[in-house]
Design a protein around this ligand. Sequence first.
Ligand SMILES: NC(=O)c1ccc[n+]([C@@H]2O[C@H](COP(=O)([O-])OP(=O)(O)OC[C@H]3O[C@@H](n4cnc5c(N)ncnc54)[C@H](O)[C@@H]3O)[C@@H](O)[C@H]2O)c1
Length: 335
Amino acid sequence: MRVLVTGGAGYIGSHTVLQLLRERHEVLVYDNFSNSAPESLRRVKQLANADVALREGDIRDGAALGASFAEFQPEIVVHFAGLKAVGESTEKPLDYYSQNVSGSLELLRLMTQHGCKRIVFSSSATVYGDAHYLPIDESHVLQPTNPYGRTKHFIEEIIRDWSASVPGSCAVLLRYFNPVGADASGRIGEDPMGIPNNLFPYIAQVAVGRRPHLNIFGADYDTRDGTGERDYIHVEDLARAHFAAITYAAKSHGCEAINIGTGKSATVLEMVKAFEAASGRKIPYQIVDRRAGDVARMVADAGKAEALLGWKARLTIADMAATTWNWQINNPDGY
Ligand SMILES: NC(=O)c1ccc[n+]([C@@H]2O[C@H](COP(=O)([O-])OP(=O)(O)OC[C@H]3O[C@@H](n4cnc5c(N)ncnc54)[C@H](O)[C@@H]3O)[C@@H](O)[C@H]2O)c1
């Protein structure tokens, strides 16, 4: 299929584009490079030995995005573009509403205008807010606790209404849990700008000597070892989930929200140990106060993904640690 990928130069986007090229899809990436570099796609092309069309622009720029629609005539959109830092979203909520919500509105408007009826959207487990039960399934109440999560929730609702209004359309809302890891080649991976917001890139930068130690936010949670427990999902499994969602959307109608996780959880200390084993290096850490808004445990019920998409996570915590380390040691300063 012809797949337009917004934000395709970013962390999850680049791994997904690689997967789509390997599955012989035709891809156009539309990205403003606000949190990525074209180098990721240069490497993706090398790895896949295939070409990707690339257009630079903001998703809110209707003229530029419309030109890509007119030129490429996509049959489906995979929509990654947006801002994603929870903390930053509480400081700059209007930026988040503008880029994430207004950007998605512009995208849907152009999809309608150009007769494109299928979309796979990057949502997040943050739409659930605090878990009322675990593992969390898709019918859990949606009560996000920060502006970032609310943008994802609002976009989900907007896509649902759009889909209901467009006969023959199909929308898949993928609610990712905690994406980590890198492609096995070590050529592409997560390259955060500034101080990493997420655990694994932070650990990797400590291991490689870019940061002195890891801060662990709270060791008095009601979990196996007191540190927070999360459902980590390998980015390669996540890329396969997008391929499965595209295949599903090609032959289905309606709008479905689907959790993408492993159904298993690991604590921060378990992730540190896995990383020490993979890298052969000691990760110095210190326990500091809990961070506002963090919950003790979060784990997905991933049954719907298996039932509807035929997708299931395959890779382990050890794979996540080994591939992250392979990426970091080969690219100590990122791209
Ligand atoms: N990484 C995670 O932990 C995680 C978890 C859940 C959901 N998500 C969602 O998945 C998507 C991809 O995440 P990622 O980790 O790959 O992030 P990323 O920042 O690496 O990728 C996002 C890409 O979108 C581009 N972009 C941002 N705003 C844009 C705009 N206005 N116009 C055009 N391009 C724009 C960036 O330059 C970047 O290449 C995001 O929507 C994010 O909210 C990520």
